[in-house]
Write a protein that binds this ligand. Structure first.
Ligand code: NAD
Ligand code: TYD
Length: 358
């Protein structure tokens, strides 16, 4: 048996592939175009594992995807590949439409063709897991109930709009063609292997260098943090027991304002990586101009996946954050690799401009 994963060299995809191969003998075909966010170093321990077939392929390339599917006959597709960073979508939305909307559409088309031509048993068991985000639901006010699966879609950034479009296409392929699609909408992930453009790894790396910790706006935007291994466990459950045509919200039950999160992180770094040059890492916190259209609050109601599939997160935010910081401290070579190349240009494009605005 084989599963096909897209975006398996990115943050969540790589965690998923590594955990999959640690817990099962089933082959993973991993399709990733290796954008700036794709990193084969994250997969170093499985690159020569015969159960891991890596193909540097763009999901938009239907012919290449078709060839891989016909060759490996996957029983499921777990679709992670995406442009995933809101700030990048603000500076340049084109790639988001191309990969998230058109790429997902091409992948769905290939899945439809494959599914329609499959033998009865293969067709019955096939699944297409569309990994999406809570950001498609838009922004919550402080007292609003968390997002449930029936919350209306109100995306506010080019990123979330492109993911919403992909979700709508995925939904339509279930209803129109009977493709067994299941969509998952999860909250902000954190953990090992996350590219340091996102809040938590960016703050860890900056703090370790003694650089400033840039908080957008008033720092009171709230996110609901989910440890990546808990997310991967949820996806495995959805793959096994989820009902085609359904959506499942996945959240870590850990709502925090950004400033509170960064303060917690600073305290942890004071303990795990004290810097003799500064009394406390909190001194590095600096407020910078806000992200345009910055969603105020996300929060997930995961009662459906808990009730129907028996999922629950195994990490609290404190235990997950400690694991995450420890991982970054122990993997300096992974960090050094990332810090060359495109990453430097990104820091100048996103934060240089903010500094000039002040
Ligand atoms: P990531 O940016 O770290 O990785 C994305 C991966 O997709 C990279 O390896 C990249 O090379 C690959 N990719 C990009 N365009 C591609 C294309 N056209 N063809 C093939 N591969 C391509 O993203 P992530 O954080 O791992 O997120 C994975 C999925 O989870 C995404 O769909 C994202 O929208 C969703 N998600 C992420 C979070 C989060 O907090 N990270 C939260 C909710 C949902
Ligand atoms: P991010 O990790 O980019 O995820 P998302 O935008 O998908 O939620 O950002 C998480 C929160 O942290 C978000 O409210 C924006 C904020 N943020 C900062 O305050 N400073 C930063 O440098 C970054 C990258 C994010």
């Amino acid at each position: 048996m084989t599963v096909l994963v897209t975006g398996g060299a990115g943050f969540i995809g790589a965690n998923f592939v590594l955990e999959w191969l640690a817990g099962s003998d089933e082959t993973v075909v991993n399709i990733d175009k290796l954008s700036y966010a794709g990193n084969l170093k994250s997969l170093a321990t499985v690159l020569h594992d015969p159960r891991h077939v890596f193909a540097q392929t763009d999901i938009i390339d239907s012919a290449a995807v078709r060839k891989l599917m016909d060759l490996h006959r996957p029983r499921a597709i777990v679709h992670f590949a995406a442009e995933s960073h809101v700030d990048r979508s603000i500076l340049g939305p084109d790639d988001f439409v191309s990969t998230n909307v058109v790429g997902t559409f091409h992948l769905l088309e290939e899945a439809r063709r494959y599914h329609a031509a499959a033998a009865d048993a293969e067709r019955r068991d096939f699944r297409f897991i569309n990994v999406s985000t809570d950001e498609v639901y838009g922004s919550l006010a402080p007292d609003d109930a968390p997002f449930s699966e029936t919350h209306p879609y109100r995306p506010n950034s080019p990123y979330s709009a492109s993911k919403a479009a992909a979700d709508h296409l995925a939904r339509s392929f279930f209803h129109t063609y009977g493709l067994p699609v299941i969509t998952t909408n999860c909250s902000n992930n954190y953990g090992p292997l996350q590219f340091p453009e996102k809040l938590i790894p960016l703050m860890i790396l900056n703090a370790l260098r003694g650089a400033s910790l840039p908080i957008y706006g008033d720092g009171l935007n709230v996110r609901d943090w989910l440890y990546v291994a808990d997310h991967c466990a949820a996806i495995r459950l959805v793959l096994k027991h989820g009902r085609p045509g359904e959506t499942y919200n996945i959240g870590g039950d850990a709502q925090l304002a950004n400033i509170n999160l960064v303060e917690k992180l600073c305290e942890l770094l004071d303990e795990l990586a004290p810097n003799p040059a500064i009394a406390a890492h909190k001194q590095l916190i600096s407020y910078v101009p806000d992200r345009p259209g910055h969603d105020r609050r996300y929060a997930i109601d995961s009662s459906k996946i808990r009730r129907e599939l028996g999922w629950q997160p195994s990490e609290t935010f404190s235990s997950g954050l400690r694991r995450t910081v420890s991982w970054y401290l122990q993997n300096q070579d992974w960090i050094a690799d990332i810090e060359s190349g495109d990453y430097r240009h990104w820091i100048e494009a996103n934060y240089g401009n903010r500094a000039r605005q002040r």
